[in-house]
Design a protein around this ligand. Structure first.
Ligand SMILES: *Cc1c(COP(=O)(O)O)cnc(C)c1O
Length: 411
């Protein structure tokens, strides 16, 4: 008899986005002329930078010529891309990372889930609340949790609440946790972490022998000078942190697919027989067994991000989304609504007015302004009373949505 991975049955059946879709569809059917604007999505809207497209077209042509054709590439990614990454993203910021510590992949989401392959099942695991749901659900699937509770949290996971009270940076635990997921700049709250906060985490990891899983997918949105772009800007992080990066949000690769994970060779974990094991070796083995690399064409496209033209175009994209975020912050403030984030991230995290629940605010915004956002409670119990508005949209949609809110939603 075939058995299944019963851990999947523990998953709260993708509640958030289906429920949003259900409510939007019901409203749209009852009000077929309502000009609904969706500011709920975590996907980019603007086209791929020209530099990336030109590089990919050239790569396609190379694939059509017997002499320049490429078959399987190196599982870890082409050196031309890994070299550019380390020089531009790490060494230029004083981070001591080398090209052989970079693993090119088809997405950070995948890497965040796949990384669990190299860990045991007895680790204690901490996530923030609210949280990017991938960290939680992949641990549920791997059997690292108990069942879900009524409020959507899982038994066996440690939730570190983040809210306005702690500047959306978790209080560092005074007990040992083995694996700690951190995401800065943060999805969903849009918060960034200071150097001091990250140093505290690195110190914590050293004290307790913990590993930090640092998701920096929104690194390119950092505008404030003193905010670290990489965990490796923090002394000591090379021994205790894996970093996830992606071309999805900076260069609009959500549909093109390219990302990378940094596993420094200096991270060592003790095996049960007491020997030191390099995580780099395990991840390399995992990737070369279960993954055959990202297409040559896409890696050439990602490489173009690091050209002068690519940098100019990526910066322009980021500025565009951040200007959307600024408009959202400004207009919501005019409407008397408290906002957070949106300065170093494409997300504005809104305190729901009048103590409305996240879902009540969702309904009110949908019904009075025909604007769709994401209820904060969908990202975790501590997100209740908050609401995420995404800056990933056209300027026109953002301006229209905000105009409606300031006009109709005076509080
Ligand atoms: C969008 C996003 C990613 C990127 O995922 P990809 O699979 O590379 O597209 C990673 N982490 C967070 C928190 C994100 O929001």
């Amino acid at each position: 008899m075939v058995t299944i991975n019963e851990n999947y049955l523990k998953l709260k059946a993708g509640y958030l986005f289906p429920e949003i879709a259900r409510r939007v569809t019901a409203f749209a059917e009852a009000n077929p002329d309502a000009p609904i604007i969706k500011l709920g999505i975590g996907d980019v809207t603007e086209p791929l930078p020209e530099a990336c497209r030109v590089a990919m077209i050239k790569a396609v042509e190379e694939m059509g010529d017997r002499d320049s054709f490429k078959g399987y590439g190196p599982e870890q990614g082409y050196e031309f891309l890994r070299e550019k990454i380390v020089r531009h993203d790490f060494q230029s910021r004083g981070c001591d990372i080398t090209a052989d510590e970079i693993f090119i992949s088809d997405g950070s989401k995948c890497d965040c889930g796949n990384i669990l392959d190299i860990f045991g099942h007895d680790n204690t695991i901490a996530v923030t609340d609210p949280v990017y749901p991938v960290y939680v659900d992949t641990n549920v699937m791997a059997g690292h949790t108990g069942p879900a509770r009524e409020d959507g949290t899982y038994e066996g996971l440690i939730y570190l609440p983040i809210s306005a009270e702690n500047n959306f940076t978790a209080e560092i635990p005074d007990y040992k946790v083995d694996l700690v997921y951190l995401c800065f700049p943060n999805n969903p709250t849009g918060a960034a972490a200071t150097r001091e906060h990250l140093q505290q985490w690195v110190d914590y990891a050293h004290t307790h022998g913990s590993l930090l899983l640092f998701d920096a997918a929104y690194e390119a949105f950092i505008t404030e000078d003193d905010i670290p772009h990489s965990i490796y800007e923090i002394p000591g992080a090379r021994d205790c942190a894996i970093e996830f990066r992606s071309f999805s949000k900076n260069a609009g690769f959500t549909g093109t697919r390219c990302a990378f994970t940094v596993v420094p060779k200096t991270i060592k974990v003790k095996a049960s027989d007491g020997t030191d094991v390099e995580l780099h070796r395990l991840w390399n083995r995992r990737q070369s067994t279960k993954f055959n690399g990202v297409s040559y064409i896409v890696q050439r496209g990602a490489e173009a991000v690091y050209t002068e033209a690519g940098q100019t175009q990526v910066r322009k994209l980021i500025r565009f989304y951040l200007e959307n975020a600024r408009i959202i912050r400004e207009k919501l403030s005019e409407a008397g609504i408290q906002t957070y984030g949106g300065v170093n991230a494409p997300y504005v995290w809104v305190k729901t007015p009048h103590g409305l629940s996240s879902w009540d605010f969702f309904d009110k915004l949908l019904h009075t302004c025909n604007v769709v956002g994401t209820p904060g409670s969908g990202f975790g119990a501590a997100g209740e009373g908050y609401f995420r508005i995404s800056a990933f949209n056209s300027r026109e949609n953002v301006e229209t949505a905000m105009q409606r809110i300031t006009e109709k939603f005076k509080v």
